[in-house]
Design a protein around this ligand. Structure first.
Ligand SMILES: [Zn+2]
Length: 477
């Protein structure tokens, strides 16, 4: 599969003006070829596919990014760009490429991941395979096109163009393409940052977290949603131990009954709305597309939160940015239809806002359960994080994202999910999750789902925006 001579490759060294549209046409062709080849590497990361023995003793076997990483490195090196491959475990390769600047300012880091979530062939349209990079109309289909190989190629093309154009850089531009993002970064970003703590020495990281959907909210055009913060994650196990006995004589303190009664109180608990900086900015931006009372509420979010909390958080996307959420994801008890089981168990998946007092939240859950027989155990925990979005680098994103659309809104958001950005944000480095490709809002379902696809026109346009934004950041110090 590695055959560079078959790639369309254009020498832009002598091209003084990349802004000429014919040049962008060529860049777009090269980028599409690269993305198709990248998608064909089945870099699936699937711990659930391992048997118990392997999961315990060789968990790295869940993924394999090696061939893709070697192919990317070869392409970069062929252009004279210094590139390293670091192996976290057998088959789990992480890539670092660096384009040197004068060092007047700290680096700009472009971060993506090469692993993808599994794809069930049978769930995709019958004639589309997730790993053959099928083009149909204006769309390229394939696992990873949106999450996150498309962004990886946009970053890579940005590095190549800065190098070919000999753009005078005042900061290094660092490209990181890591393994293992989809299952938490143990063999990817987390490992890499332990090996190379100097990667924290960067002005900003551009990563993932937001998309640029069209038609997602009524009356709005494209929303370039740039993630500047992420909710934290807490997983709690609730369990009750009781006596197993015959179903002919049920009692109120049977394990399943106790657990369900407690859960009912927890799941109907009132969750207060709280404004943090990114959603506050988002609501104000959304006011421009609204009318009447709704417009007034959005314009003054502090007032709206007090006077109309239900209305302001009615959409589940916006609602998730305004409050801590508690979801019941696993409920287990019993296996015989005529026996009341002695045990019952549930898992709560909790996402909390930056600034939430987690101990206080657990206390609140304990009080709502109102039953000392229900035991609470913490399983997983990731803190929430947030970046400053008043920086010159964020202003460059505001300027270049959607610059060629008449009705685009560019706004910071709080992302309800976690990404590798969190490692940098925890170290007080600003990280902005920006995926510049404009997609129909309905295509967001294809991320981690069947028929994942990217609009080819949007992909090309996104590369242009990315290049312009990064060039501006790297040329100023
Ligand atoms: Zn991703």
């Amino acid at each position: 599969m590695i055959n560079l001579s078959s790639q369309r490759k254009f020498n832009l060294d002598l091209v003084a003006d990349l802004e000429e549209s014919a040049r962008w046409e060529m860049v777009g062709e090269e980028a599409l070829d690269l993305l198709r080849e990248y998608v064909r590497f089945p870099t699936v990361n699937d711990p659930d596919g391992l048997d118990a023995e392997r999961a315990e003793h060789s968990p790295w076997l869940a993924g394999r990014e090696e061939e893709a990483a070697r192919w990317l490195a070869k392409y970069l090196r062929a252009e004279g760009i210094a590139t390293e491959l670091l192996e976290a475990a057998p088959g789990r390769l992480n890539l670092i490429a660096r384009l040197p600047g004068t060092g007047d300012g700290r680096a700009i880091t472009l971060l993506s991941h090469s692993d993808v979530v599994p794809a069930k062939r049978g769930e995709w349209e019958s004639d589309i395979d997730p790993f053959t990079a099928t083009v149909r109309g204006d769309y390229l289909y394939g696992r990873g096109t949106l999450d996150l190989k498309g962004l990886g190629i946009a970053h890579l093309m940005t590095l190549l163009l800065l190098s070919r154009q000999k753009v005078p850089l005042r900061r290094d531009v660092v490209l990181l393409i890591v393994a293992d993002e989809e299952t938490g970064g143990q063999f990817g970003a987390e490992w890499l940052l332990r090996q190379r703590p100097e990667l924290f020495d960067t002005e900003v990281v551009l990563g993932e977290g937001g998309y640029s959907p069209r038609g997602l909210l009524p009356g709005m055009g494209t929303i370039h949603a740039i993630s500047v913060a992420e909710k934290g994650y807490l997983e709690l196990e609730l369990s009750v131990e009781g006596k197993s006995h015959h179903a002919s004589m049920p009692a109120p303190n049977d394990a399943p009954a106790r657990l369900i009664n407690g859960l009912a109180r927890v799941l109907t608990m009132r969750n207060d709305i709280r404004l943090t900086p990114a959603p506050r900015a988002l609501l104000k931006h959304l006011a421009n597309g609204a009318t009447g009372l709704h417009r007034l509420l959005l314009k003054f979010p502090e007032m709206a939160v007090r006077l109309a909390p239900r209305r302001i958080s009615a959409s589940s996307i916006v609602g998730a940015m305004l409050k801590d959420t508690i979801a019941l994801t696993i409920l287990e008890s019993g296996h015989k239809s005529n026996v009341i089981p002695g045990q019952a168990r549930a898992i709560l998946s909790i996402r909390f806002l930056p600034g939430t007092n987690v101990e206080g939240l657990i206390d609140k859950i304990r009080r709502a359960l109102d039953d000392p027989e229900v035991r609470i155990k913490r399983l997983k925990y990731k803190p929430a994080n947030a970046s400053d979005f008043t920086t010159p680098q964020f202003k460059a994103l505001l300027k270049h994202a959607g610059a060629e659309e008449a009705d685009a809104l560019v706004t910071p958001i709080l992302s309800p999910g976690a990404s590798d950005c969190r490692f940098w944000r925890q170290a007080h480095v600003n990280c902005y999750g920006w995926i510049p490709f404009v997609i129909p809002g309905s295509d967001l379902h294809s991320v981690h789902g069947p028929n994942e696809r990217i609009s080819i026109a949007a992909f090309r346009q996104g590369i242009k925006s990315m290049y312009r934004a990064v060039a501006e950041m790297a040329m100023t110090a």
